[in-house]
Design a protein around this ligand. Structure first.
Ligand code: GLA
Length: 719
């Protein structure tokens, strides 16, 4: 429900579980009166904790006198919806625009609003949330100093505690304006007693959790890698007063975007916190011509009054129900065999067919030929950009027919955004590559970026992909991206438009992948960027799952999968069993169940015992995946961040089946853990022992693990 009290000028935004009150103050500035758990009472007078006369004063030019703002708001202390740039609000502003006369000051003031059912309709096909179970408040504001109009969209989901925000900038003037920062949202909080949790890492070591207090000053969490990055994920959250998985206030944040992002978390002596976030303003400068608009990606807030897991559940259902657009319900249940770790570039028609036959024997349902099938690619120094089959190496049609004849689906690897020096495409179109302006063009994995800001390049790659997809029956694509954008210059864009390059690249990526998704609705695309370098809400719009990391060894994967699943559903977390020697195939399979399940190994080298173990776990997956891991509820019991082990639990909707996974990195464990989400009154059986639901939840389940090194256990509870 969104209501506007005309007399008090207060918007009341609520879904019965959370409330958000916004006040249009005497100056037309939007103040955040309250955001948090449901309340129907709001006290306008008490809204400012601290105030000094200096920051509430102004000069009335008409009357020639000093005055106080009518409702005593303070430019320095009040909580705002859109901080203003200059004019006394010294906290970071979400929007910075330089006008034609050179002025940076902005102050967006209320003009009008409308309230409607559903989420905002996006005219373009850029990633966005969809679905009717929401209400939206659209407020139109105008800059005090120019003809820049700002549309502020704020939606509340009615069935989950999620707020969605974004801004649209409109140039209603007759001169160009420079947008120097166009964030998507801001949230001012009335306290700084929060801890900030964010996820950092690098290749093969994604999503380690870092926790710190809200700092006095500004903390920035961002990517300037050109993609959302391994180094920092756009999902972060704040916990208050020692909140844990089940207790306390938690506010989660994310952004529907795959490129450079930035969070600014700011606090000062007022003990309030301002979080503002969106497209990174690093090397960003967008020239907005008259009558044009700039639409920022959607910013998402998940609110929980009952701990971290409730915040996760909001995100999980939002992603599954409102974000993923393509192949939502589809083939990601298939057990995936990927050829990469087994044979890398070294295969022939015969050997890859043998792989497929052997993969079938361990229960694979989707066989994927990874890198190395195209151009003349036998290592990573060539052929990106040449998306035609390397006929000298492999008869792909024959492989496809073989795979399909075994009753498996067939998938192929592409890395559509890249170009190798050693490629036909580079010989013909060197201008398609980014970065040649340098004396020593910078390589990463021997490759350069393609200029996806150019429609001609998008069309070229799209046509090449279409030719393959129309000649070979393909059910799945792994869409990879193996380098950062290290160059921020494309001459073709012109000297005044270099600050648009990075965002235009992201829009180009969306255009290209969107074209393929639309033309081939039956093909499922899995995202990948050297593992989890682009694990974000922008990519999930197109790809219902993303390969979470190139490292599958459980001692690292336990962190990656646990932490990723705090913000993203298990069904999106690409996880395979590989031949890491840390533990048995059966145990590695248990970890893969808590993800998208698949294999990554040489299947011809497996022993009969290995095969048996893999088949057993595959059987468990087939029987239980949908009910338990995909549609069930995930609980986080023990975080690996400060422990030598982690524990996750899934419970199906009817609460008659639950699975607990414990992954131990080292040492021993002797613990009693309280389970969650079970039926109090029911009896559950695990390994021939009966347990009472209430007992498991109130007194806990006792287990021991004392094998040296890595050990994984799965406890299966059935009513
Ligand atoms: C990246 C991916 C891997 C694999 C290779 C192929 O590193 O993350 O899974 O596909 O590329 O070159």
């Amino acid at each position: 429900m969104i209501e506007f009290d005309k007399n008090k000028k207060i918007f009341n935004i609520s879904n019965g579980s959370i409330s958000y009150f916004i006040y249009v103050n005497s100056e037309g500035i939007l103040e955040n009166l309250y955001f948090g758990k449901f309340t129907d009472k709001i006290n306008l007078e008490k809204r400012i904790k601290k105030q000094d006369n200096y920051s509430t004063q102004y000069y009335d030019k008409k009357e020639n006198v000093e005055k106080m703002f009518a409702d005593k708001f303070s430019v320095k202390h009040s909580l705002f919806e859109i901080g203003f740039h200059n004019g006394g609000d010294n906290r970071p502003a979400p929007i910075i625009v330089q006008k034609n006369n050179g002025m940076y000051d902005t102050n967006f003031k209320y003009i009008s609003h409308k309230i409607y059912q559903g989420l905002p309709i996006f005219k373009s096909d850029e990633p966005h949330l969809t679905g009717g179970n929401a209400e939206t408040l659209e407020i139109t504001l105008k800059d005090e100093f120019s003809d820049v109009v700002l549309i502020y969209n704020l939606s509340i989901m009615l069935d989950k505690d999620i707020i969605v925000k974004n801004f649209i900038l409109k140039n209603d003037g007759s001169n160009n304006i420079n947008i120097l920062r166009a964030f998507s949202g801001q949230l001012d909080l009335n306290s700084r007693k929060y801890k900030v949790h964010h996820f950092y890492g690098n290749w093969g070591n994604e999503r380690n959790e870092e926790v710190n207090n809200v700092l006095v000053g500004e903390q920035v969490i961002s990517s300037n890698y050109g993609r959302s990055s391994h180094e920092h994920n756009p999902f972060i959250f704040l916990t208050k007063n020692g909140a844990n998985f089940t207790i306390g206030e938690v506010i989660g944040f994310n952004l529907v975007y795959s490129g450079n992002f930035k969070y600014s978390i700011f606090s000062d002596y007022t003990n309030t916190t301002r979080i503002s976030w969106g497209i990174n303003d690093y090397d960003f400068n967008w020239i907005l011509e008259p009558e044009n608009i700039f639409v920022t990606p959607q910013a998402v807030i998940s609110y929980s009054k009952n701990g971290i897991d409730e915040m996760s559940h909001n995100f999980h259902s939002l992603i599954k129900e409102n974000l993923i657009q393509y192949k939502k319900e589809a083939d990601y249940k298939s057990i995936l065999f990927n050829s990469w770790e087994g044979c890398t570039f070294n295969f022939s028609t015969k050997s890859i067919k043998d792989y497929a036959t052997a993969a079938k024997e361990i229960g694979a349902e989707l066989f994927v030929v990874d890198d190395g099938w195209f151009g003349h690619r036998n290592d990573d120094h060539s052929s990106l950009g040449d998306w035609f089959v390397n006929e000298n190496k492999v008869n792909l049609k024959e492989v496809e027919i073989h795979v399909h004849s075994l009753g498996m689906k067939f998938g192929l690897w592409f890395e559509p955004e890249m170009i190798s020096f050693d490629s036909d495409l580079f010989k013909k179109h060197p201008e398609y590559a980014v970065g040649l302006y340098r004396e020593h063009p910078i390589l990463q994995r021997s490759q350069l970026m393609l200029d996806l800001t150019n429609d001609e390049v998008i069309d070229n790659i799209c046509c090449q992909m279409v030719r393959i997809l129309d000649s070979i029956k393909i059910d799945y694509i792994k869409w990879d991206m193996n380098r950062d954008i290290k160059e921020h210059f494309i001459e073709r864009l012109g000297k005044n438009h270099q600050g648009e390059m990075l965002h235009k690249y992201v829009l180009g990526y969306y255009k290209l992948i969107g074209k393929i998704c639309k033309k081939y609705p039956d093909i499922m695309i899995e995202g990948c960027a050297s593992g989890g370098g682009r694990f974000d809400l922008g990519t999930l719009y197109y790809c219902p799952q993303i390969w979470a990391s190139d490292i599958s060894k459980p001692s690292t994967r336990m962190f990656i999968n646990f932490n990723t699943s705090l913000g993203y559903p298990l069904s999106t977390v690409g996880t395979h069993i590989n031949n890491s020697e840390e533990t048995s195939y059966e145990e590695k399979g248990m970890l893969s169940l808590f993800g998208t399940f698949g294999y990554e190994m040489n299947p011809l080298k497996l022993t009969e015992i290995d095969k048996k173990e893999i088949n057993n776990i595959a059987e468990f997956y087939r029987k239980n995946h949908k009910d338990l891991f995909e549609n069930g509820t995930l609980y986080h019991l023990v975080s690996p961040t400060k422990n030598n082990y982690m524990v996750m639990q899934v419970v199906n909707k009817t609460k008659d089946h639950s699975c607990l996974i414990v992954v131990k990195k080292e040492g021993t464990i002797n613990k009693t853990l309280k389970l969650r989400g079970l039926d109090f009154k029911s009896t559950y059986k695990n390994d021939h022992t009966k347990y009472n639901g209430q007992d498991l939840m109130e007194n806990g389940f006792e287990f021991k693990m004392n094998k040296p090194g890595v050990e994984i256990k799965l406890f299966d509870f059935k009513k």
